[in-house]
Ligand binder design. Structure first.
Ligand SMILES: Nc1ncnc2c1ncn2[C@@H]1O[C@H](COP(=O)(O)OP(=O)(O)OP(=O)(O)O)[C@@H](O)[C@H]1O
Length: 907
């Protein structure tokens, strides 16, 4: 074709540009390297400075240019300029547009220019293209072989790397409603709450400038013990508190995270609304023995993470030692600090009895002499209460036993009998229930068999491979390229109604990750070409919360499917593959279900080949009823004995200081009778009654004094009663006789909850005591004490308060009951300087104050316990809560004087 030919009109031009199939085959690959397409109607489908894959496919089908123009009637320009590098091409295009605008030439002229350029290109490139493409293909095949010499056949592509996500400094906290967060906090069991409060207290200390040592906790426990649940809570609360650090206030950039919530795999990261470790820390895909620094990216990552204080890593059992060391070095580099993990606190969360890292790497917990052992600084917290199977206790307990079962140990008769109830034949298992296997081969066979059995209409979708031409910067189509198991597949199968799994992390935050399950509900072919080439696959995801950003209305207004496009991935330095990141998933491997909770599953134990695998697979369903086991063999259920030894040698965290009452009750060090008195300014019972009820330590109080009840009227609704307690409430409006201004204000009020099992009575009438918010209870047994709860509002002057308080003490002291304990919120900060009139009053009458730590988030000490006989106090201090500005204060009284009093007297 003559590039300088003059064309009479467009149809003549098109006629001359028509190609035969053979002609096309020779030239199209070269053409693709430089075609620039702009479309009027669907600019998003157009790859300026690249190539348009839809158009190429149409060409592939031996369509002529006339057809393409008809099909894409929106085309304004189609230019090819193959022999030019990219920047020249851009310039060519821009100048073309400028010229067109300037000269106001009509569309036919534009098309003429385009076709002339194309004709010129064809002449130049036609002779070269065939030979070059074949050389490219062979080169790529060779490169692929060199990159992955030995693939581990049986394991899935773990780890998952979110290498495609653009790095954004903002690693925002998931936005959960306050009510939802509160309900999560309330649900925490005792050990979960101990972790929660310990981290919370640490954060407060950081905010108060106490510089506490970093925390290193390993939060362990069997499958479904709520490890992920607790870290979600920790993340929310710690983020909230640490954002009060002065540097957050000063820099006012709330998008910078104080807490990094991460996991190794995309699925685990989405499960906790976190990010993958690799994406947060920009870790390299292949960890080489020597640490590779961040290079040019250091400033960017440092800026994003400079305010991070706590790192949380979920599913730690699949983190290798090498990766853990990399994380440590990365933080040292980012923080410019030689301390472990650059001075960060680390919460490593997971269960080493579940699946280990891929390949031959040893578990992190297992000590090896020559490897950097960062693990030794960690203290273990063991969650033991199974939450996933909480409604099927027998199954939960069985799972706990098989978690640590040795290979040589037989199952107990009862356990074997229980598991046998779930044993089934594969033919009896419903095909729509997820089948879990050990090996990919089994998964593939099961998928194929199910497709056949369900008579699904399968569409084969081949991958599209391209190579970047180093000379022109353009793209060249490659054919017959065989990927290996790490690549997107050479070919995938899709069918309406087929169960599938996403195989790449497309958007971790949105839950479209490697391991997201769904069912194909729509297969969208390439628009209008009549070809079988697929443009989009619409999925109904198992998790309805996932994929919000991927939803489109392709099949009409009611369409709510998640549409997945082809994913582009680098196969080697210059070769790119485009394929749907998806595979059939009527079945999957055990690796893929770690961390998941499901109602039903079919587990095949036939080819289980490593420790923990059977346990992971068997522990997914919420009940035994939902589980079917095929090829049951009890010797396939076994734990790694090295893990057992490592666990036994690990030091355990103590929550003695954060959870003193729980510790006291559990340690049972004190055999004699005791009386536990707690005071708590609840900042209102109506909003916080549920928080009080779910608090494990408040529930240990024999006498619970609450100030600021915010109750009104004379009648107390049953919803403010606590089970097992008698309530003696004294609301604000009945407390003031001479101060109408105070009596009519909202808020205030006092209540004492007294365990019904105590021998105790309320004392209601005190003649000379007016204008004071208080309530008194006299306990006779098991430990005698007279207990008064008092609230002094901040706006009640000392001139009113002191004489009335004095009158109350006079009355209490005449009642012949020792010790007298007066607790409450007095709004006089004992940690600040200056005269303390209330303390002087109590001291003048021989009372001691037992609380030494700050009792509010602003680090003031305004909640006290005064006691007339401090030697009868065994222990005292503060407790932790999340729902009030005030922490509760407590004391444990005993019958006879404690030798060296544990009480603390603030002078
Ligand atoms: N305190 C709790 N109250 C109510 N539900 C809970 C609680 N803790 C966990 N759960 C629920 O129990 C199930 C299992 O919890 P989670 O996923 O946190 O366990 P896990 O220990 O991380 O499990 P795995 O080891 O399998 O990853 C989830 O559905 C979770 O919401």
């Amino acid at each position: 074709m003559d590039a300088n030919a003059s064309f009479e009109d467009l149809s003549d031009l098109l006629e001359k540009c028509k190609m035969t199939h053979d002609e096309y085959q020779e030239s199209v690959k070269a053409l693709t390297s430089g075609m620039v397409v702009m479309m009027k109607r669907e600019p998003k489908d157009c790859w300026v400075n690249g190539y348009n894959p839809d158009l190429l496919r149409a060409w592939n089908a031996n369509m002529d240019i006339q057809f393409i123009l008809d099909e894409f009637s929106c085309i304004m320009y189609m230019m090819s300029y193959v022999a030019k590098p990219e920047h020249e091409m851009t310039e060519f295009l821009n100048s073309g547009i400028r010229d067109v605008k300037k000269s106001n030439v009509n569309k036919q002229d534009e098309m003429k220019q385009i076709m002339q350029a194309y004709a010129k290109h064809r002449e130049v490139s036609a002779q070269e293209s065939v030979a070059r493409v074949e050389v490219d293909r062979l080169e790529c095949v060779a490169q692929r072989q060199a990159i992955h010499p030995d693939e581990h056949e049986e394991q899935d592509q773990i780890p998952d790397y979110e290498v495609h996500a653009l790095y954004s400094g903002a690693i925002d906290a998931p936005k959960l409603s306050p009510d939802f967060v509160r309900s999560m906090y309330r649900s925490l069991n005792e050990t979960q709450a101990s972790v929660f409060y310990t981290v919370r207290e640490w954060c407060l200390k950081r905010v108060w400038g106490h510089n506490p040592e970093p925390l290193f906790y390993f939060i362990s426990g069997g499958a479904g013990c709520g490890k992920s649940h607790v870290i979600k809570c920790v993340y929310q609360e710690a983020t909230k508190i640490l954002r009060q650090l002065p540097r957050f206030r000063d820099e006012a950039d709330m998008s910078q995270p104080a807490v990094l919530l991460t996991a190794f795999t995309g699925t685990a990261a989405f499960n906790i609304s976190g990010k993958t470790l690799h994406s947060v820390l920009k870790l390299p895909r292949n960890l080489r023995p020597h640490y590779q620094g961040l290079g040019n990216a250091l400033d960017e990552v440092r800026a994003a993470l400079s305010n991070a204080e706590i790192l949380i890593i979920d599913e730690i059992s699949i983190v290798s030692k090498e990766l853990f060391a990399y994380v440590h070095w990365r933080f040292q580099q980012i923080k410019g600090n030689r301390k472990p993990f650059g001075g960060m606190s680390v919460l490593a969360v997971g269960d080493f009895y579940q699946l280990p890292p891929v390949g031959k790497a040893k578990q992190l917990c297992i000590c090896e002499g020559d490897v950097l052992d960062l693990w030794k600084d960690f203290q273990m917290v063991n969650l033991t209460e199974i939450m996933r199977q909480k409604d099927d206790r027998a199954f939960a307990q069985l799972l706990n036993r098989i978690r640590t079962k040795k290979k040589t140990d037989p199952l107990s008769v009862d356990d074997a009998a229980l598991l046998t109830q779930a044993v089934a034949e594969i033919k009896d298992c419903p095909p729509d229930v997820l089948h879990i296997f050990a090996m990919n081969k089994e998964v593939d066979a099961h998928n194929a068999a199910t497709v056949t059995a369900l008579r699904l209409q399968v569409v084969n979708i081949p991958a599209e491979d391209y190579r970047k031409d180093p000379r022109t910067g353009g793209m060249v189509i490659l054919t017959d390229l065989k990927g290996n198991s790490r690549d997107l597949p050479d070919n995938i199968q899709a069918a309406q109604g087929a169960g599938v799994m996403v195989t790449r992390n497309l958007d971790t935050e949105d839950g479209i990750v490697n391991g997201t399950f769904g069912t194909i509900a729509n297969i969208v072919p390439i628009a209008g070409c009549g070809l079988t080439t697929v443009k989009l696959i619409g999925l109904q995801l198992d998790n309805p919360m996932a994929g919000q950003k991927f939803r489109r209305k392709i099949a009409g207004a009611t369409d709510d499917l998640v549409y997945i496009e082809r994913f582009e991935e680098q196969m080697s330095k210059r070769v790119v593959r485009r394929q749907f990141p998806m595979k059939l998933a009527f079945g999957c491997t055990a690796h893929k279900v770690q961390g998941m909770t499901m109602k039903s599953a079919v587990v095949c134990l036939k080819r289980v080949f490593e420790s923990g695998m059977a346990y992971v697979a068997l522990s997914r369903t919420t009940s035994l009823e939902g589980l079917r086991i095929i090829d049951f063999e009890e010797k396939k259920i076994y734990a790694d004995p090295n893990v057992t030894t490592a666990m036994e040698n690990m030091s355990h965290a103590s929550f003695r200081s954060t959870r003193p009452l729980l510790h006291f009750v559990k340690s049972a060090e004190h055999a004699a009778p005791t009386l536990t008195v707690v005071h708590h300014n609840a900042e209102g019972l109506p909003p916080h009654m549920e928080d009080l009820k779910s608090h494990h330590e408040l529930g240990l109080a024999n006498v619970l004094c609450v100030t600021e009840t915010h109750l009104s009227g004379s009648f107390v609704s049953p919803k403010f009663q606590l089970e097992g307690y008698d309530m003696f409430a004294h609301n604000r409006h009945v407390s003031y006789t001479n101060r109408v201004d105070m009596a009519t204000k909202d808020g205030g009020g006092v209540a004492v909850y007294c365990r019904s099992s105590l021998q105790a009575e309320a004392r209601r009438y005190f003649h000379d005591v007016t204008d004071l918010e208080f309530s008194v209870v006299k306990v006779e047994s098991p430990v005698r004490a007279l207990i008064a709860a008092v609230y002094r509002p901040p706006n009640l002057g000392l001139d009113t308060f002191l004489p009335n308080m004095q009158s109350l003490l006079d009355s209490l002291e005449t009642m012949d009951c020792q010790p007298v304990v007066v607790c409450g919120d007095f709004n006089e900060d004992l940690l600040s300087k200056g005269k303390k009139a209330i303390r002087e009053l109590f001291h003048s009458r021989g009372y001691s104050q037992l609380v030494s730590a700050a009792t509010t988030e602003k680090q003031t000490l305004i909640d006290y316990i005064y006691i007339s006989r401090p030697e009868l106090c065994l222990q005292s201090g503060v407790l932790q809560t999340y729902h009030s500005y005030h922490v509760p204060v407590y004391c444990i009284l005993t019958l006879s004087a404690v030798g060296a009093s544990a009480s603390f007297v603030i002078e």
